[in-house]
Design a protein around this ligand. Structure first.
Ligand code: NAP
Ligand code: HSE
Length: 337
């Protein structure tokens, strides 16, 4: 089923991701998409590429004028409310909002089951992750997963390796459009935790609880230049890593700074790049890397979902049972800092 030959897109948010998405849609005219209305907080702000008459502060106008809703405004309250209203009206919704997914998964679940919710860009932006994990990699039982999932932290740590101070490196990540509106989500590890719990539910345990990872989350704000220097002396570097692995007969979820030797495949991911290492019983080790933050890379992931939705393809499917927890697994040992 093709939804419409000229599909009207109701866009929630025109910040780093939203404005880049408008540009991509304009540039890719052959796809047949049209941005019909755009929800923002401040309609008086100048926005090149977005005619002022498209802007509104009224979510109802977005819902009434669009075939498909794209949510790139962030936050867990209004964004969730508007997405749910659209879904309840039978509209397909594309979102990059991992915080809303992590914290309101059960509310979204009936719509994910129906294939109406698309969220590839919520984890690793435009780098194939959710599609791969809910597609080809479902052919193997998962054994463990470790990943660098936050571009802001990766950028800060990469800059600190070059001698930059923490506060300036964070400012750089904000200027480049990598950081969340509230950057404590990035640097205290919660953005990584939001992404990891989404992956956990799609791959390891459909009932994984946000609280079980929130309590095991530590960020990078206490990493000093001395810690970075000590890692360099040992031919390695510090990276914020989210992990899912078997421990005492259960799936365990953790986010924390890790010492990675320079020879580790994830150690090469610098700046805003992310890296994900998946181990499956039949496929073995799989490594995925690419841009994980930034307006363009994220808008690319969002656009891929819009294309899928326009073709009537369903969003990511759920698993119904937890994956068997391996008893004597040979788990990757990572050194916590
Ligand atoms: P952003 O630059 O802060 O943009 C947010 C946009 O949403 C702005 O246009 C803002 O309006 C609008 N907005 C926010 N709250 C609103 C409200 N209550 N009512 C109406 N409009 C509101 O954020 P972003 O970096 O584009 O990120 C957007 C989403 O994508 C977030 O969920 C984020 O986690 C996710 N994401 C971002 C990246 C990235 O690299 N940036 C990557 C992956 C996923 P004004 O412009 O008027 O302020
Ligand atoms: N703030 C997030 C990051 C955006 O830095 O990775 C991408 O999800």
């Amino acid at each position: 089923m093709v939804l419409s030959s000229r599909m009207n897109i109701g866009l929630l948010g025109a910040g780093n991701v939203g404005k880049k998405l408008v540009e991509l849609i304009e540039d890719r005219d052959e796809l047949g998409f049209k941005v019909s209305k755009v929800l923002v907080r401040d309609v008086s702000k100048a926005r090149s590429k977005i005619p002022p008459d498209l802007l509104t502060t009224n979510p109802k106008e977005i819902l009434e004028t669009s075939d498909l809703i794209v949510e790139v405004m962030g936050g867990t309250t209004l964004a969730t409310e508007v997405m749910l209203e659209a879904l309840n009206n039978g509209k397909r919704v594309v979102t990059a909002n991992k915080a809303a997914l992590a914290e309101h998964w059960e509310t979204f679940k009936p719509f994910i089951k129906k294939g109406l919710l698309y969220f590839e860009a919520s984890v690793m932006a435009g780098t194939p992750t959710i599609g791969a994990l809910t597609g080809v990699l479902r052919g193997s039982r998962p054994l463990e997963l470790h990943a660098i999932l936050n571009g802001t932290c990766n950028y800060i740590l990469s800059e600190m390796e070059k001698g930059e101070i923490y506060s300036k490196a964070l400012k750089g990540a904000q200027d480049l459009g990598y950081a969340e509106a509230d950057p404590t989500l990035d640097v205290e590890g919660f953005d990584t935790a939001h992404k990891l719990i989404v992956l956990a539910r799609l791959v390891f345990d459909p009932n994984a609880k946000w609280e079980s990872i929130e309590a095991n989350t530590k960020g990078i704000s206490s990493i000093t230049p001395e810690v970075m220097e000590a890692a360099a002396q040992r031919n390695g570097r510090i990276r914020l890593v989210g992990s899912i692995y078997p421990c005492d007969g259960q799936w365990t979820y953790k986010v924390r700074p890790i010492f990675l030797p320079n020879t580790h495949p994830m150690a090469n991911a610098a700046s805003n790049r992310n890296a994900l290492y998946f181990c499956g019983d039949a496929v073995g080790n799989v490594f995925i890397t690419g841009a994980g933050a930034g307006g363009a890379a994220t808008a690319s992931g969002v656009l891929s979902d819009i294309i899928s939705a326009s073709q009537g393809l369903p969003g990511p499917s759920l698993i119904t049972k937890a994956a068997v927890v391996p008893r004597n697994a040979d788990v990757e040992i990572l050194e916590e800092v």
